[in-house]
Design a protein around this ligand. Structure first.
Ligand SMILES: [Zn+2]
Length: 406
């Protein structure tokens, strides 16, 4: 199908958002600041000014998925796993990943990744998995630690306080949740004596000056410290402004990142199921893969509380035990962590259910598409969306082996 063959039900030029408008919506749903520090999320290629009519969503940016995107005439490919996770110096078409970037650019298709920010978001990747399995009353398995915060405290003549607050806010200070330019001020008396060589904006050299000053306090992400201090020095009327920057204690659920964010989810099965029934439900709810679904534990064990983590979750065992979950559904369970977790549990919970990594994250794609469309509709625009049907699970063959040690 070519772009000219647009079906009548597809968005017209008038309602098509720009790529920049679509990625702004995705950044709101999955704030990039909540991605893990090693991650590489956001726009990989694409012109923010170009209109977007068709968006394909997929777990992996493989060559087959790029084929699917270009064959459909997609203007944007939204993926969960980043194409370029480690630093690169170039994207020559002589490398497999560079070739994909070239093909996407030539085909006019942008590429956007929402990875650990989509894991942490509320609702995120594990919410979609949990809902697909029928879990209710969801909460994060490992609540997000949040970004570290500083507080800046600065003393400024009262008449300049508002202007300084504006400047600090523009540099990234004073954002708390859905509020911006948050600041606290009190007033008091500041005093100083300008020594020879000084060029005071208030008072004269050699005499003690007393000034009515405001003490201004604002929080800021630690990553913006340099920007905020630079803005403070630029906006402050004094030659030598007095200020402190304090590191704040880390909280499990920080201000500004929304409630209920974090990795994995734990919820309730209503009514309870046996391990065998849950395993069957997982196999039914998720797309088929060669490896299927495997479980560890007695088939007739009754489960009510279930933890899930889309993607590889075997570093969350401590959180699973702390949550009191009867079972843990995740992907990529390796021999040692799985065997040790079962050994530590005796014959009791938590029991384990292991699925394909790709299948565990796949339910998020439709969820992401729906939320993106709702947000675009609020702005009076829309796109056609499609969830990729390309199975990017790398395993293609599974043979149960019947032989045993004898
Ligand atoms: Zn993953």
């Amino acid at each position: 199908m070519t772009r000219a063959d647009r079906r009548p039900d597809e968005p017209s030029q008038v309602t098509a958002p720009t790529l920049g408008a679509v990625t702004a919506v995705l950044d709101r749903l999955y704030p990039p600041a909540t991605a893990e520090s090693w991650d590489a999320v956001g726009l990989v290629c694409g012109d923010p000014q170009q209109p977007v009519r068709r968006v394909l969503l997929a777990v992996d940016p493989t060559a087959a998925v790029v084929d699917e995107a270009l064959d459909w005439g997609a203007d944007l490919l939204v993926v969960h796993h980043p194409l370029l996770l480690r630093g690169v110096h170039g994207v020559p078409a002589s490398t497999p990943k560079g070739r994909l970037v070239h093909r996407l650019v030539r085909g006019g298709c942008g590429l956007f990744a929402a990875h650990t920010n989509a894991d942490s978001a509320q609702p995120g990747v594990s919410d979609a998995l949990a809902r697909a399995l029928g879990l209710v009353d969801l909460r994060p398995l490992r609540p997000r630690g949040g970004q570290p915060l500083d507080k800046v405290v600065v003393f400024v003549p009262t008449g300049d306080a508002d202007r300084l607050v504006d400047a600090l806010a523009a540099a990234g200070a004073g954002a708390i949740g859905d509020y911006s330019r948050c600041a606290w001020t009190t007033t008091g008396s500041g005093t100083f004596r300008a020594e020879p060589g000084a060029d005071p904006s208030v008072g004269v050299v050699g005499e003690v000056a007393r000034v009515e000053e405001a003490r201004v306090e604002m929080v800021l992400p630690r990553g913006r410290r340099q920007d905020v201090v630079r803005a403070l020095r630029a906006a402050h009327p004094y030659e030598e402004p007095a200020f402190d920057v304090l590191e704040l204690a880390e909280l499990r659920e920080p201000a500004g990142l929304g409630r209920g964010t974090g990795l994995g989810r734990v919820g309730r099965l209503e009514p309870p199921l046996t391990l065998e029934q849950l395993t069957t439900r997982v196999a039914t709810a998720l797309p088929a893969t060669a490896q299927g679904v495997r479980a560890a534990g007695p088939p007739d064990a009754l489960l009510e509380r279930v933890a899930v983590c889309g993607g590889a979750g075997d570093d969350l065992f401590d959180d699973v035990r702390a949550s009191g979950a009867d079972a843990f559904v995740t992907a990529d369970l390796r021999h040692h962590p799985a065997a040790e977790a079962r050994e530590a549990a005796g014959d009791g919970p938590p029991y384990l259910v292991d699925v394909s990594h790709w299948a565990s994250e796949w339910p998020w794609l439709a969820d992401c598409a729906g939320r993106m469309l709702s947000a675009l509709a609020e702005q009076g625009s829309t796109v056609a969306t499609r969830v990729s049907t390309t199975r990017t699970d790398p395993w293609t063959l599974h043979v149960p082996n019947r032989g045993g040690p004898s």
